[in-house]
Design a protein around this ligand. Sequence first.
Ligand code: AMP
Ligand code: TRP
Length: 331
Amino acid sequence: MKPETKKKVLLSGAKPSGELHIGNYLGAIKQWVALQDTHETYVPIVDLHALTEPQDPEKLREQIMTTAADYIALGLDPTKVTIFLQSAVPEHTQLMWILNTITSMGDLERMVVYKEKLAEGKQALAGLFTYPVLMAADILLYKPTVVPVGEDQRQHLELARELARKFNKRFGQTFPTPKAFHAETGKKILSLQDPKKKMSKSHGGMSYIAIADAPDKIRQKIKIAVTDSGSAIKFDPITKPAVSNLIVIYHLFSGTAIKDIEEKFKNSGYKKFKEVLAELVVAKLKPVQEKRHELLENKYALVAILNDGAEKARQKASETLKEVYEKVGLT
Ligand code: AMP
Ligand code: TRP
């Protein structure tokens, strides 16, 4: 009998802190979908991370379900991948504690996302500060080889790698150092309202396109998206960041090469280009929205998927935690 070849492991997650948007999809989830057949895939909905900023409990409950529906509607196949709630697998917070004991304050103080949040006026809560340690625990529990995330998570992932190395050095080889995987062109989709910022749920409703946005909302958001000076549809992220961002969105949704997009629209102004782009995004999201709607009609089935996922995740997570407890002397 042929020995079973062990699949490589993928882990990544998204926070249910609002609506998922096309930045989440193009920068991260699209890669999970592309790799799900070749990787043993773990995709938690990181609900504990959502709590690092104030959430309305009822809304959070709803957002957890819509995020689960979005994951599947965007192409993750629950019969192949493990979709689960981070909070349903207590090993995440248990490993976090162990990792806390080898994390230096200096490393956390250097985290750009944390500093940005404070600059935005967010309260300096301990949970927000130690959030990258929980993320490291999410990752290391599953010993993944690949962690596909957007550019904004690069530094957090570097911390996870550093903690893996530190732990291994002190307690013996335990964790493989996980590799980041950033989409070549989609790793940083920019805000439609301010191309100096990434597309984000926290920068106002007109700055992002939600997966669930109605067609007219999508048309409106693209219509009023900021553009650069000049009228050429030219890809140049330095001098034309806003238009280049729209070109990247077109490229990633259509598969058309960037130079072919420039050629196709060389005689169109921004208005025409935006109209065609809006129709493309509307058409691409239509089947996703239909599937999403269908999934949310049957919440019991969705909960069953999450319960099943949590059970599978716990098998792997509890094995790793047991190994860690033994190594640090807790048994
Ligand atoms: P979050 O919703 O912040 O939990 O993000 C989930 C995933 O989407 C992470 O891998 C992020 O790096 C990625 N992501 C979020 N915003 C963007 C963006 N504007 N461009 C590319 N990737 C993003
Ligand atoms: N911190 C990530 C974000 O804000 C979400 C996240 C939590 C994550 N745990 C993770 C991403 C583990 C990848 C792997 O986007």
